[in-house]
Design a protein around this ligand. Sequence first.
Ligand SMILES: Nc1ncnc2c1ncn2[C@@H]1O[C@H](COP(=O)(O)OP(=O)(O)OP(=O)(O)O)[C@@H](O)[C@H]1O
Length: 279
Amino acid sequence: MSIEADPPAGAATPAADGTETPAATGAPLVVAEHLTRVFGRGSTAVRAVDDVSFELRRGEITTVVGESGSGKSTLARMLLKLLPVSSGRLVFDGADVTGRTDTTAYWRQVQAVFQDPFSAFNQFFTVRRLLARSRRLLGAELTEQRMLDALEQVGLPAGDVLGRYPHQLSGGQRQRVMIARALLMRPSLLIADEATSMLDASLRATILNVLTDLRDRAGLTILFITHDIGQACYVSDQVLVLSQGRLVEAGPAERVIFDPRHDYTRKLLADVPRLHDAG
Ligand SMILES: Nc1ncnc2c1ncn2[C@@H]1O[C@H](COP(=O)(O)OP(=O)(O)OP(=O)(O)O)[C@@H](O)[C@H]1O
C-alpha cells in the first residue's frame, strides 16, 4: 500500500547550542516512528497499527481519520501509554518515551477525552466533585481558580455548572466538562478520541470550536480522532488517513481534503457529499 505524504512543514530548526529545549527549537511535540501494534499471534494476528510514522507539531490540530477498525483507537491508546507498542519508537517533547512506565508524570502532559461523556461521570457527583478528583494527581496545585480557569477555557460559566449533576447538563456541556477536566492538568497534548461522535450536529460544532479555540488561544497541541473526514475539514492543520492499520495518506488538511491522492481518502470524501457541494 503506498503512502501519500507531504514533506513536514515547519520542520525543526537545529538548536544553536545544547541548552535549548525541544520547544524552543520548534521541534515537534510528538514523533512516532514505525509504530506498530499487533494483537494475537500466528495466523490470527491482527496488525491493528502497522508501521505508522508521523509528527505532531506544537500548537496544531492533527486529525486521524479512518473507518471503524482502521486502528485509530489503538494508535491513541499507544500515545496515551495505555497500551505498549509492539515495535517502533515514540518520542515526546524530545525524549524517547517508548518504554516509559511512569505514567503518572506522563499523564500530566498527555490528556484525553473519549466518545461517551456520560459514562465517564459518576452520576452522584457534581461537576465540582468530579473536577476535584484531579487532586489525586495535582495535590495542592488544584486550586479553585484552576477549576474556574479550566471551565472558562471551554466556555462554561463556572457559577452555573459547578453545582450541577451530570443529568442536569446537555451532552455538549458534559463533553466540555470532560475537556475542562483534562485541561486541569495543563497538558501539552490533548487527545480527543471520537469526542464528538455521540453529539448531534450543533453540539458537535460547539466542541469543534472549543478545540480550535484551545489551539488558537492556548497553543494546545491536539490529536483529534474521527471516522468522519468532514469534521477534519473544520478543525485540522494536518490530516492522517488510516486504513487497515496503515497510514495511507498524510498532509496539510486543505491538500488532503481538496486534492486527495489516495483512493481510500477519495472514498471517505465521497461519503461526505456536502463537503464537495460546498467547495
Ligand atoms: N484488544 C484487542 N484484541 C484484539 N484485537 C483488537 C484489540 N483492540 C483492537 N483490536 C483490533 O484492531 C483493529 C483496530 O481496532 P481499533 O479499535 O483501533 O480501530 P478503530 O479505528 O478505533 O475502530 P472504531 O472506530 O470502531 O473504534 C481491529 O481489527 C480490532 O478488531
